[in-house]
Design a protein around this ligand. Structure first.
Ligand code: ZN
Ligand code: ZN
Ligand code: ZN
Length: 173
């Protein structure tokens, strides 16, 4: 199963998979589902593409393209880093993966169509996965007033998490 903790501290190290048998099956189902979607949208379902989707389905929820490429190339030397980068971009065009920017660093890649919105804490670096539906009113207001279509998942929303807000009460500045 893909890690979907309510609050994640920083970025998980690569390969910290705790998958047991049940979680392996969930990951397999998820890969099969995305492979079906890929084929339905006219994408090729090659072995290399399956390997990339499997890595995304089993590892930590948030990883950069570089982390994914390194892990995949280490486990499958025939799949080169450049192939991983190119494939991620193609997958995103087909709408089966997406990337988000959690902060100043490189983009983090996600498997699937169910976009979540990242709330990141400026003080401790916590990342909270919020439901896109929470932003429907804002999206509607921006559409009505400015004719603007909001893409709420591309960049994280920054602020202060609950723990830091009622922590030591010290002003961060
Ligand atoms: Zn995320
Ligand atoms: Zn971007
Ligand atoms: Zn915090």
């Amino acid at each position: 199963m893909r890690a979907r903790a309510a609050v994640e501290r920083g970025v998980d190290p690569v390969g910290q998979s705790t998958a047991d048998g049940a979680e392996d099956r969930v990951a397999e189902d998820r890969v099969a589902e995305v492979m079906d979607l890929l084929r339905a949208r006219g994408g090729r379902a090659s072995g290399a593409r399956r390997v990339i989707l499997e890595a995304m389905a089993t590892g930590p929820a948030h990883r950069t393209a570089e982390e994914l490429a390194e892990q995949i190339h280490a486990e499958h030397p025939a799949v080169h880093q450049a192939t991983v980068y190119r494939t991620l971009e193609r997958f995103e065009e087909l709408g089966v993966v997406y990337h988000s920017h959690l902060g100043h660093g490189p983009a983090q890649w996600h498997l699937g169509e169910n976009h979540h919105v990242h709330l990141t804490c400026d003080r401790c670096g916590a990342v909270i996965d919020a439901d896109q539906a929470d932003f429907e009113e804002v999206a509607a207001a921006l559409r009505d007033r400015y004719g603007f279509s909001l893409d709420i998942r591309h960049f994280a929303i920054t602020g202060t998490c609950a723990g830091c807000a009622d922590g030591d009460g010290r002003d961060p500045w």
